[in-house]
Every structure is written in C-alpha cells, then in structure tokens.
Design a binder for this molecule. Structure first.
Ligand code: UD1
Ligand code: MG
Length: 250
C-alpha cells in the first residue's frame, strides 16, 4: 500500500449560492467550508491533498496558503467533476496507492467514515469503493443503482435518471476511494454524453466495473453526512446540524 493521497474538488463557482465568492470559501460556523474537508483528510493520515481550483482560484489558494500539505491544480473551465479530476493526472500518475476523492462543499464528512472506507478498501482490494447513505429526500443527488440482488451497478445523476431510478433513496455524497492507477484508467474513458454535457466523476465506478474491476458502494456514511452545500438554505441547514452534534463556532 502506497501513501494515502486525496483530491478535493473546489473549482466550481457555486452558482446556486448566488454570490461572487467561491462556494468553498463560504464560512460555516466561522470557517471556510473547505477547511473542514481538509481537516478530515488530515485526521485520517492523508499526506498530500491535490486541490482543484478554478473559479477565483487565487482567492481559494490564498485562503489555504498556510496548509503545506495542499498543492493546487487549475481547472480553467468547469466542465464537470470528472474533468476536474482529469486536471490532476500528473499528480495521480506518480502515485500507486489509494486516493480519496471528496467534494469541497461537504464539510460534514467524518474521519471515522473515511477510516472505515479505507480499511474495507485495503482489506478487500477494491479498485473503487464509495461511501453512501439512505436519505428520505434524495432530491438533487446522484442515486446508487443496484441490481435485483443488491449488487452495485453504478451512479446515476438525477438529471439523467428515469422516474423509477429517481425513487431510489441510496445516494452518492461524493465520498470515493480509488486505486490511483485505476482512477487514471477510468478518467481516460469518460465522455460527456449526458443531460448536462459534463464529464462526470460519477461515471468512473461503473466504467471500472465494466472493465472487470472490483467496485462497490457501501452505506457506511453517518446521518450527518447527508448534507452538502449547494445553496444558502443548505448552508444554514449544515450549520444547524453541526451545532447539534457539537462543532464549535470559531
Ligand atoms: C455531485 C455529484 C452527485 C452527488 C453530489 C453530492 C457529480 C456529477 N455529481 O453533484 O452525484 O450526489 O455531488 O455530493 O459529480 N467542481 C469542480 N469542477 C467542476 C464541477 C464541480 O471542481 O467542473 C467541484 C465544485 O466546486 C464542488 C464539487 O466539485 O465543490 C461538486 O460539484 P457540485 O456542482 O456541487 O456537484 P453536485 O451537483 O452537488
Ligand atoms: Mg454539491
């Protein structure tokens, strides 16, 4: 097992926040939301974080300049979450261990869940393992598609889902671990043939499964991890949940 590295996606504008401030810098209980994500990675022994920046990249880099475990990669145009990770190829190609990929808009990600994922991933030798959970209201999130016997098949984005798939309550919270060389392989096969015309990171698990790799999704995420921030309402919701479970305001 090589070193643990991570990719954190932080290039988007966050259009739904209706602000010029990059979404990942919005304060949550007084700190930029991305800081919580980086703290969680540090807590599980990730030695290097590749942070993908784009929209107002300078501002994001400046906000994180004291973090010497973070390197920045620029995504000049925001063509999707898969395209964002494609910008990290140079960094990824020098690694043969596990890589965790997270979104910078999910400050409630828990180190205990990341540890559990890493442990299962290392013990069972997956090419890709994702953490999921069930949500009463899955609206807006990628759904986890399984066959009749419960075997993981892939992630379908809401905008691409059939009405039947939209009734699925198990969701993707963008919590992935990959064997780095297999992630590189999947990224080389992404297409943007979907409802949003974007290169989706969510297609990678299915692509690897199609290549015969061991891929799975396990519902290990905690209830508090069901929240990510795409709007002001969701930001307020996350602050409420954090206060409830004992995060301190700084
Ligand atoms: C994404 C997932 C969805 C999941 C949800 C919650 C995809 C295609 N969909 O949707 O399945 O349920 O997260 O975790 O991945 N970003 C970039 N570059 C881009 C686009 C996005 O860096 O070109 C960054 C954003 O800054 C953000 C993160 O990636 O931090 C996620 O992007 P966002 O637009 O919030 O994706 P969701 O619609 O939430
Ligand atoms: Mg999001």
């Amino acid at each position: 097992m090589g070193k643990r590295i991570a990719v954190v996606l932080a290039a988007g504008k966050g259009t739904r926040m209706q602000s010029e401030m990059p979404k990942v810098l919005f304060p949550v209980l007084g700190r930029p939301m991305i800081e919580y994500v980086l703290d969680a990675l540090r807590a599980v022994g990730v030695e290097k974080v590749v942070c993908v920046v784009g929209y107002r990249a300078d501002d994001v880099q400046k906000a994180l300049e004291s973090r010497n475990d973070v390197v920045f990669v620029e995504q000049k145009e925001q063509l999707g979450t898969g395209h964002a990770v494609q910008q990290c190829l140079d960094q990824l190609k020098s690694s043969d261990g596990g890589v965790v990929v997270l979104a910078g808009d999910s400050p409630l990600v828990q180190p205990s869940s990341l540890s559990k994922l890493f442990e299962t991933f290392e013990e069972e030798g997956h090419a890709c393992l994702l953490g999921t959970l069930k949500r009463n209201d899955p609206t807006g999130l990628g759904r986890i598609v399984r066959d009749d016997s419960g075997v993981f098949e892939g992630i379908i984005e809401e905008k691409d889902a059939t009405p039947e798939q939209r009734t699925i309550t198990e969701v993707n919270m963008s919590t992935y671990v990959f064997q780095t060389p297999r992630l590189v392989e999947a990224l080389s096969r992404l297409s943007n043939d979907n409802a949003q015309g974007e290169y989706y990171l969510t297609d990678c698990p299915k692509i690897l499964k199609g290549l015969g790799d061991k891929v799975d999704a396990v519902p290990v995420l905690k209830a508090c991890e069901a929240y990510s921030i795409n709007s002001r309402e969701q930001l307020a919701e996350v602050e409420r949940v954090m206060a409830e479970i004992g995060y301190n305001k700084s």
